[in-house]
Design a protein around this ligand. Structure first.
Ligand SMILES: Nc1nc2c(c(=O)[nH]1)N[C@H]1C(S)=C(S)[C@@H](COP(=O)(O)OP(=O)(O)OC[C@H]3O[C@@H](n4cnc5c(=O)[nH]c(N)nc54)[C@H](O)[C@@H]3O)O[C@H]1N2
Ligand SMILES: Nc1nc2c(c(=O)[nH]1)N[C@H]1C(S)=C(S)[C@@H](COP(=O)(O)OP(=O)(O)OC[C@H]3O[C@@H](n4cnc5c(=O)[nH]c(N)nc54)[C@H](O)[C@@H]3O)O[C@H]1N2
Ligand SMILES: [Mo]
Length: 754
């Protein structure tokens, strides 16, 4: 089973390699973001757009989900936020003429980078059965086709409704309402591939699947541990919070197989001095082996337990459950095994323990480096154990901080985008709309792919995202998509999912965050929830990319009316005319949104309740915060193999590629690179600059191959390798998923080189 890199791509992928950087942001960051913005938007539009990012009367940055502070700079933007905005606010257009010139067979041969660079899609487009060309179609006809296919299904469970995390609260609420009224909980979302492991671990242990810290907590912490996260690239505004925490005396430990520039030193573009000199951020760098984090935190827990007076006995007694069992397991943690699992020195772990013991307020932040492994859920539970031991949850300056990806991925979940909804949520929804939601669980991302592959799902609808590009096992996924009757993508830009289609396909172009949204003559706002549970309004201010676009809520209401017909008593038309009507319903269904319209009108929005943070109340099955005692796991590799993590470069937003550089890591002009520790490379006979195929090994014996990668000798931890996603998704087996959360193990793929 061999795959080839996309051919016919006019963009030459020929990586140049220089020494990695030791600081993030600064002057090159500002220069680079302005360059990309000018290319996509021109000078006037750049100024007009960037001034509105994350301002209280502007739009929410379509980049990451890091919160905005109360005191915003005039240009509260970062390099990668600016790139995300430029990508959406581009003046380039993909028109019906474009599709006439480029049949699907041509577009199929292009890279994702090329597809995205063509600009905003201007018209609804339809690919009829047997055709090789998308043709323009009216909205009415598009909705009729969806209705035809959905209503012909043997069961509503033969349809899947995917959501990516940019979708507003209003659109997400409508989509899940539509799916449930139609009769299915098949609501896979990008979370399934992202922070699902965090949600699973946190709901079980603290009773809510969300982080417990605010920005203020970050500023007040004594110790912040950043594990498995690259904020310099993926959450650049987080560096300002880390800088502020440091200025107030906090210490920072980073736990990562790679020395990431942003965590070493930050040159704050908002302050003249910071721009030049920068602040050192990391006090202790633990260069861990991929997948060694559970072992690390388990041993840290042993060291805390062995230190007299270190455990917050009162907290443990009053608020937790399962302590004795956990304590026994943690005391049994073995030094030798931990050193093997982590690749760290004993002194480094002892130093980390000293810092943890010296801290009265500790926060642990994490992202994909912790969530995308087989044992991610027990790993994150061990992080929770670590925090519970010293009472570091539910007090200022302390807590759990899973740093979310997409700008509204957390809000989409709050709105009910979930294949395993809480029965209480469904009860409230049913009462409000006089419907009967299905109670059986739906498909997540991996199960949706399996269902399409096996012919059990026949219609695939995506509210944003790039399902084909973002999911694992590219060849299997592509075959699964082709096995459907109809694929529908609500999109702003062209991507791989538009060229690997069902028998018929629709592209429904929509407004983005930056676009002005006018319904029935009135300018609409939408709302989003950030990584720290703050809900606020977002107002686009640019003329839409084309007069033929519909907003996401308008697309859902149009589809709902066509599919459900007059028998639906839901007032879809009212929802389309005024999104305040949607918010009134959200206020009655979703806890924490009481008086939604009034509260979101306040500048800065409002904070959602969080029982562990607000009142040290833990709504778990035991009514307490749960210690857990899972056996320690870590990856064990056969001879001559490395563990590959698939990650983001500095010039991409998930499957959207902004450019071919990864500036902080010293890579220029190409993406098909694989980073290998020089000592491993020598043992494996991989010269720097040599080209290799990466072959993944999995128990099914299927050979998954990603050809033609340039070897880069790079200071990653021993036994580990790193390459970019989505080029390497072909290597991730569909059934290699995390226990409990079912998240693809994109950060631990066993590979060999040929
Ligand atoms: N500019 C930009 N911003 C983004 C995105 C983007 O693509 N571009 N994507 C958004 C989304 S959806 C998300 S989810 C986030 C992703 O944000 P991140 O999680 O920062 O993204 P990744 O590039 O996957 O980086 C994973 C980090 O974990 C480290 N790592 C890998 N394996 C391990 C391990 O086993 N242990 C430890 N301790 N570390 C490990 C890697 O070296 C790397 O530093 O960013 C969001 N923001
Ligand atoms: N190997 C590997 N795979 C991974 C990961 C990894 O680290 N390694 N990370 C995983 C993670 S964390 C995530 S979150 C997923 C991301 O998966 P997705 O969210 O599905 O992918 P994106 O690349 O963010 O989607 C980009 C597309 O979204 C559309 N879009 C952009 N803005 C809007 C909008 O406002 N509205 C609508 N309707 N559409 C819009 C555009 O058409 C664009 O092409 O990928 C996952 N896959
Ligand atoms: Mo994500």
């Amino acid at each position: 089973m061999a795959s080839k890199p996309p051919a016919g791509d006019p963009v030459q992928d020929s990586p140049q390699v220089k020494a990695p950087k030791h600081a993030a942001a600064g002057i090159p960051a500002v220069a680079h973001s302005l360059l990309i913005s000018h290319q996509q938007m021109g000078a006037r539009r750049t100024a007009r757009t960037l001034l509105k990012v994350n301002q209280k009367n502007g739009f929410d940055c379509p980049g990451c989900a890091w919160p905005e502070g109360d005191h915003r700079h005039t240009a509260e933007f970062c390099e990668n936020g600016a790139k995300a905005v430029a990508e959406e606010a581009t003046v380039r257009r993909v028109t019906p003429e474009f599709f006439a010139e480029h049949p699907v067979s041509d577009l199929f041969e292009r890279s994702g980078y090329w597809l995205g660079q063509q600009g905003r899609i201007t018209h609804p487009m339809y690919l009829p059965e047997g055709a090789d060309q998308y043709e323009p179609i009216s909205w009415e006809r598009a909705f009729a086709i969806i209705a035809e296919e959905l209503n012909a299904l043997g069961s509503p469970d033969e349809a899947c409704f995917y959501t990516s995390g940019r979708t507003s609260n209003e659109a997400a609420f409508l989509l899940q309402l539509f799916a449930r009224e139609f009769g299915t909980n098949n609501l896979p979302d990008c979370s399934n591939m992202c922070h699902e492991s965090s949600g699973s671990a946190l709901s079980e242990t603290i009773g809510i699947g969300k982080g417990s810290v605010s920005l203020d907590d970050m500023h007040q912490a004594d110790l912040i541990i950043v594990a498995g996260q690259n904020p310099g690239t993926n959450h650049p505004r987080m560096l300002s919070a880390l800088e502020k925490a440091k200025a107030a005396g906090a210490k920072i430990i980073s736990v990562n197989p790679l020395p990431e520039a942003g965590l070493e030193r930050f040159k704050n573009p908002q302050t003249p001095l910071g721009m030049v000199r920068g602040a050192a951020l990391t006090d202790l760098f633990l260069q861990i082996r991929i997948g060694g984090d559970q072992a690390l935190f388990r041993l840290l827990n042993r060291l805390v337990l062995e230190t007299p007076g270190a455990v917050d006995e009162a907290f443990v007694e009053e608020h937790t459950h399962g302590y004795e069992e956990f304590r026994a397991a943690a005391l049994a943690a073995d030094w030798d095994e931990t050193l093997v699992a982590t690749g760290l020195q004993r002194a480094e772990i002892e130093r980390a323990a000293e810092m943890a013991l010296a801290s009265k307020r500790t926060i642990v932040c994490w992202a994909m480096g912790l969530t995308q492994h087989k044992h991610s859920v027990p790993t994150i539970r061990e992080v929770v154990n670590f925090l519970l031991l010293r009472g570091n949850i539910g007090r200022p300056g302390a807590g759990v901080c899973p740093v979310r990806g997409h700008s509204n991925v957390q809000g989409d979940r709050t709105m009910g985008i979930f294949e395993r909804p809480d029965p209480a949520f469904l009860d409230a929804l049913d009462r409000e709309f006089s419907i009967t939601s299905p109670r059986h669980h739906g498909y997540d991302v991996v199960r949706s792919i399996e269902a399409m592959r096996d012919g059990d799902a026949k219609v695939f609808f995506a509210m944003g995202g790039n399902f084909v590009g973002a999911t694992p096992d590219t060849e299997v996924t592509e075959a699964a998509m082709r096995n459907t009757r109809l694929t529908v993508h609500v999109s702003t830009k062209l991507n791989r999912s538009h060229v690997v289609t069902g028998v018929r396909a629709l592209i429904l172009p929509t407004l983005g965050r930056t676009d002005k949204d006018i319904q029935a003559g009135v300018k609409q706002i939408v709302t989003v929830e950030d990584s720290m549970g703050m809900v606020h309004a977002s107002r686009g201010n640019l003329p839409p990319a084309s007069p033929h676009l519909l907003s996401e809520p308008a697309i859902i209401t149009g589809m709902a009316r066509a599919v459900l017909g007059p028998s639906s008593t839901t007032p879809w038309e009212d929802f389309e005319k005024d999104y305040a009507n949607i918010r009134d319903r959200i206020a009655r269904v979703v806890p924490g949104f009481e008086d939604f319209n009034a509260r979101v009108a306040r500048p800065g929005g409002f904070e959602l309740p969080h029982a562990p943070r607000d009142e040290r109340r833990f709504p778990t099955a035991t009514g307490k915060a749960n210690f857990t005692a899972a056996p320690v796991e870590y990856p064990k590799l056969p001879e001559g193999r490395l563990l590959l993590q698939t990650m983001r470069s500095h010039d991409q937003y998930n499957t959207t590629i902004y450019g071919l550089d990864d500036r902080y890591r010293g890579i220029k002009g190409g993406r098909r690179i694989v980073m290998v520790n020089p000592d491993d490379a020598r043992e494996l006979g991989l010269a720097d600059g040599a080209f290799t195929d990466i072959v993944s090994e999995w128990k099914d014996g299927v050979e998954r191959r990603a050809p033609g990668f340039r070897v880069v000798h790079y200071p990653t931890a021993r036994g580990c390798a790193a390459a970019y996603y989505p080029e390497t998704n072909v290597l991730v087996p569909l059934d290699a998923t995390a226990d409990t959360s079912n998240t693809p193990t994109s950060k631990s793929v066993v590979v060999r080189f040929e």
